[in-house]
Ligand binder design. Structure first.
Ligand code: PLP
Ligand code: TYF
Length: 394
């Protein structure tokens, strides 16, 4: 039967990672895959996570199965981190998943069960994995306008016009913060307008939040999600711990189903448990346990939040340095958006040919749509990138 298998398209971001590794040039800059890197190019284990690992090694007495939804303490801690006190805990069903990707996948599975003919509205552009998973699952989806290529900001009028088409039974997929791949985000009054529209159309929001703490701060980055969750009758939230806890390979995420009908919680929780069982039974626990320890121990939490703040400020500093350097070299303000964008990514607005030139002639690797990972830079590579960008006529 294997002869029936077809070659599947590679993930372009992961393929680029490989290409970079194979490049023998010494002077090369990796702005591809969305992994945080410090000034020396390392992806460190966060201090609080390392301490929690030591404590866990000492204290852990069993590796027996957890529950189908994972450790309830992890759900509690993550619900509080993402939602604060926006909704009563009793209104939230939650299940641990293998990473944020697992949460996205389980959410789509729930959508398919609850609304078989529903369509998922995805931002244009969005994280390619959203599209690839939807395609794989055979779930119909349609793009909504999101990014204005001229201004490199959100095309909010276009977005609202397109989302007005979504109706009851449809799902509107939103990025909680730090939009991937553009770096352009909604402000709070735009979130409010989206909420008003959702209330009017009856479409269900699904929020993917993979970078809480990477944009403007832990609370600030969750403001949109909290506004949505506290305003609409129901929503889905897929949260990832990969970036903000730096535990990428531990595969740690949480799917939340929020309903303002507290009576629905039992059914929603049962559904999430069922979906975990169908796909992998028990979710991974190691990363979830570390996150729970960090979030519930005041000293570990303070240290984690402080280090996350350092990470965030280092990316903001690089954004400002790059925008200033580009302004100096190009003599124009057209790169000012780099300092306005938030999170790891910005979409530069270069053509695929220009992206290729940067790679071939300058050893600078960014994704083909000209998404660059700001964290791949440091103070000394910013001027090199800025010069290459201007030389390539971007
Ligand atoms: N959603 C978005 C938008 C992302 O960029 C990522 C990236 O890593 C994820 C979800 C999920 O990541 P992970 O599965 O590594 O937790
Ligand atoms: O967009 C990124 O670079 C990150 C990491 O299949 C990633 O979200 C990329 C591709 C992928 C899984 C994670």
């Amino acid at each position: 039967m294997f002869e029936n298998l077809k070659e599947q398209p590679a993930d372009k971001i992961l393929a680029l990672m490989q290409l970079y590794r194979e490049d023998p040039r010494e002077q090369k800059i990796d702005l591809g895959v969305g992994v945080y890197k410090d000034a020396s190019g390392n992806t460190p284990i966060m201090r609080a996570v390392k301490t929690a690992e030591k404590q866990l090694w000492e204290a852990e007495t069993t590796k027996a199965y957890t529950g189908l939804a994972g450790d309830p303490g992890f759900s509690d801690a993550m619900i509080a981190l993402v939602l604060g006190d926006a909704v009563p805990r009793a209104n939230v069903a939650a299940a641990a998943t293998p990473g944020g990707t697992g949460a996205v996948r389980q959410a789509f599975d729930l959508v398919r069960m609850a609304s078989p003919s529903g369509k998922v509205y995805v931002s244009d552009p969005t994280w390619p994995n959203h599209l690839s998973i939807l395609k794989h699952m055979g779930i119909p989806f349609t793009p909504y306008r999101y990014f204005d290529n001229e201004t490199r900001a959100v095309d909010f009028d276009g977005m609202m016009a397109d989302l007005a088409q979504a109706g009851k039974g449809d799902v509107v997929l939103l990025h909680g913060c730090c939009h991937n791949p553009t770096g352009a985000n909604l402000n709070l009054s735009q979130w409010q307008a989206v909420v008003d529209l959702l209330l009017k159309t009856g479409a269900t929001p699904m929020i993917d939040i993979a970078y809480q703490g990477f944009g403007d701060g832990l609370e600030e980055d969750a403001a949109g999600v909290r506004l949505v969750a506290s305003s609409v009758p129901e929503c889905l939230i897929a949260a990832s711990c990969s970036k903000n806890f730096g535990i990428y390979r531990e595969r740690t995420g949480l799917l939340m189903a929020v309903s303002n009908d507290a009576g629905a919680q039992k059914l929603n929780q049962g559904t999430l448990n069922y979906l975990n069982r169908q796909n992998y039974s028990f979710p991974p626990d190691y990363g979830a346990r570390l996150v729970t320890m960090v979030l519930t121990d005041p000293a570990l939490r303070a240290d984690w939040a402080a280090e996350l703040e350092e990470v965030r400020n280092s990316m903001l500093g690089l954004r400002e340095q790059l925008a200033a350097e580009l302004q100096r070299l190009s003599g124009s303000d057209r790169f000012g958006f780099i300092a306005q964008h938030r999170g790891m990514f910005s979409r530069l607005g270069a053509s695929p040919e220009q992206v290729e030139t940067l790679r071939r002639d300058h050893g600078i690797y960014m994704v083909g749509d000209s998404r660059l990972n700001i964290a791949g830079l440091n103070k000394s590579s910013v001027p090199i990138l800025a010069e290459a960008i201007v030389k390539s006529g971007i």
